[in-house]
Ligand binder design. Structure first.
Ligand code: COA
Length: 133
């Protein structure tokens, strides 16, 4: 198990607490809840990049590595790994920590791709910042 927590701009894009309503019949947290939180976290970064609304178009290399428990604090770290014409791909890692624990554990990771869209939901080019010569 890795304890090398990513240092993507030092703070997670999103941090929350897993609640009883997010648990499955075994008392562990639903994978779907984690996916939704990852999607939210990635959309924050993708929207900052696209400077317009975005839609999730694909998820790759998704892995659920360890269970998450009720009461865990879960942090979602995002790193932009690709900016295309209309889409951007964000690598997202989820780290969970028992509320009284000192160390966090990596529980999921995946690559989420978002497409920049206009008000009619059509893809629009992402305008990249000009790099000084
Ligand atoms: C997002 C959407 C408008 C894109 O339309 P589209 O006709 O597929 O657009 P394109 O084929 O031109 O692809 C747009 C970009 O997405 C990328 N893309 C398309 N499908 C992809 C996939 N499955 N995985 C990764 N990237 C994908 C393309 O490579 C392209 O990237 P680029 O412009 O950076 O090269 C359309 O697919 C859609 O509305 N999907 C539903 C989105 C949704 O409801 N998401 C859940 C809620 S947010």
């Amino acid at each position: 198990m890795s304890h090398e927590k990513p240092n993507y701009d030092h703070c997670p894009a999103l941090r929350t607490i897993a609640m009883p309503a997010d648990a499955n019949a075994n008392g562990d947290i639903f994978g779907g809840w984690l996916l939704a939180q990852m999607d939210l976290a990635g959309s924050i970064i993708a929207t900052q990049t696209a400077k317009t609304r975005v839609a999730t178009v694909g998820i790759e290399a998704m892995a659920f590595k360890l269970p998450v428990f009720i009461g865990d604090e879960v942090s979602f770290y995002c790193k932009t790994i690709r900016i295309g014409n209309t889409s951007t791909t964000i690598h997202i890692e989820s780290w969970a920590r028992g509320r009284l624990d000192d160390t966090a554990r990596k529980v999921t990771e995946g690559n989420f791709t978002y497409v920049a869209i206009d008000e009619n939901r059509h893809p629009v080019p992402i305008v990249r910042p000009k790099v000084p010569a």
